[in-house]
Design a protein around this ligand. Structure first.
Ligand SMILES: Cc1cc2nc3c(=O)[nH]c(=O)nc-3n(C[C@H](O)[C@H](O)[C@H](O)COP(=O)(O)OP(=O)(O)OC[C@H]3O[C@@H](n4cnc5c(N)ncnc54)[C@H](O)[C@@H]3O)c2cc1C
Length: 430
């Protein structure tokens, strides 16, 4: 790492960090990106690859409409094959209640002239040859798409490099250095660097990392498992979500399949610390979340007892956080998939993996400056849907950090919204 002052240092080589570094450099800022492990090693390389406007929280829809436009040009812009295809997204509805939920969401889509629409059961099954089951209909957005997570994130990092960004892997940031209420630089495991501004895009590590500055950001994480099958003849170009599984067929014919709802939540000191913030989300999704005690529990206790030094040790130990996939839920997801598509009965699991998904209490990200420190910014809390949003995240964070005109309204993504939230009454917590 060269001894000089950077305009911006970006912490985290996931899609949020890599895209931000790229767009910052496009704006002429001198940037460095620091990643403790590998580019796309964590969530950004482990996700399903859905790029969707469909089903988004209404506050995210304007960002995703703009992002969808960006995706269409992205392979050209980044000079890379991203396996992008605009094959649409289909959510099958197992009953009328689900149809009513989709109808309610469509009200928001109509406000933005999205091409989302309800399909009858006949229309839906006609689009998905060989699909069994009884469906009440489906929600379909033809303009949605999919892409390869690793290729896309690495393409952003490579394009950032070509624009002059120093991209450094194997470089854990141990501390953000501040003075007089401003950020002045970073201490990494390889030495200190000076930077006028810092963007923390550190995925699941963000909240714990910011705590050393006494910055409080409610964020928890859950483990989710994905599997990949062997190759099959082409079925559909659409991403599909139904009956508790999600899947898409990749360009080489293999399927990415995942249990759609279930997630493993490890009991950690943070799950108690942020219980109040997350209570409404826990209540709404209690049937889908399995509470576990495991390595994550003991690791997090270690951080509570050992402070920032213990966190640094863990970040180095988990250069690439690679949790054990849940073999049971992978097996169940494949069985469910074969029930839906009997013609695929011969497929088997070729590989499986898990990723830790980080979330905020309201399940939308924080894209903002951090109050209390001039020059400190954060992009995190994507709550399981930040891959598709990656390009727009990078572009708007670059606008914000460059103090340029911010082209979209970011007020819903402000840092302070959790502190502003009304305290829960005792009745809410029972
Ligand atoms: C199983 C699964 C399925 C998903 N499916 C989808 C999907 O279909 N569509 C979608 O849009 N999203 C999906 N997501 C969510 C999506 O992957 C994430 O929202 C997105 O990748 C987050 O990107 P990020 O850059 O914020 O974080 P990450 O990709 O987690 O990157 C953060 C990086 O920061 C690094 N880091 C942390 N601390 C430090 C430090 N102190 N010093 C240096 N480096 C540090 C980490 O090593 C890591 O590489 C899914 C996620 C998972 C796990």
């Amino acid at each position: 790492m060269a001894q000089q002052t950077y305009d911006v240092a970006v912490i985290g080589g996931g899609i949020a960090g890599c895209a931000s570094a790229y767009y910052l450099a496009r704006r002429g800022l001198r940037a460095i990106l620091l990643e403790k492990g590998e580019i796309a090693g964590e969530q950004s390389g482990r996700n399903w690859g859905f790029v969707r406007q469909q089903g988004r929280d209404p506050r995210e829809i304007p960002l995703m409409i703009e992002c969808n436009r960006m995706w269409r040009e992205l392979s050209k812009e980044l000079e890379a094959d991203l396996e992008w295809r605009q094959g649409g997204l289909i959510y099958l509805a197992e009953n009328e209640k689900r149809i009513a939920d989709y109808e309610a969401w469509l009200e928001h889509a109509r406000d933005y002239q999205l091409d989302s629409r309800l399909l009858s059961a006949t229309q839906a099954t006609a689009m998905l040859p060989g699909m069994t089951g009884t469906w009440a209909g489906a929600l379909h957005t033809p303009s949605d798409g999919q892409a390869d997570p690793v290729k896309t994130t690495q393409a952003f990092a490579a394009a950032a490099r070509r624009q002059g960004v120093e991209v450094v892997t194997g470089a854990t940031v141990e501390e953000i250095l501040t003075g007089g209420g401003e950020v002045i630089g970073l201490r990494t495991e390889h030495g200190e660097i000076r930077a006028r501004k810092i963007l923390v895009a550190a995925g699941v590590w963000t909240s714990r990392f910011l705590r050393a500055l006494r910055v409080e950001l409610p964020q928890l994480y859950v483990k989710a498992t994905v599997l990949r099958t062997n190759r099959a003849p082409e079925h559909s170009q659409a991403g599909i979500w139904c009956n508790h599984i999600g899947f898409r067929q990749r360009r080489d014919g293999s399927f990415n399949i995942a249990p759609g709802r279930s997630a493993d939540l490890y009991l950690t000191p943070d799950s108690l610390r942020y219980l109040r913030d997350f209570w409404p989300a826990f209540k709404a999704q209690s049937g889908d979340i399995k509470l576990l005690i495991g390595r994550e529990t003991w690791d997090s206790l270690g951080v509570v007892l050992g402070g920032p030094k213990a966190l640094t040790r863990q970040m180095k130990r988990h250069r690439v956080l690679d949790p054990e996939p849940n073999a049971k839920s992978a097996g169940r997801a494949l069985a469910e998939f074969k029930k839906l598509l009997p013609a695929m009965a011969g497929l088997h699991i070729e590989s499986s993996w898990a990723g830790m998904i980080e979330a905020t209490p309201d399940e939308i990200p924080v894209l903002d400056a951090v109050p209390g420190f001039n020059g400190l910014y954060v992009a995190t809390g994507f709550s399981g849907h930040g891959f598709g949003m990656g390009p727009i995240t990078g572009r708007i964070m670059a606008e914000l950090i460059a103090e340029a005109h911010v082209s979209l309204d970011l007020s819903a993504f402000r840092f302070t919204r959790f502190a502003e939230a009304k305290p829960l009454s005792l009745g809410d917590a029972v």
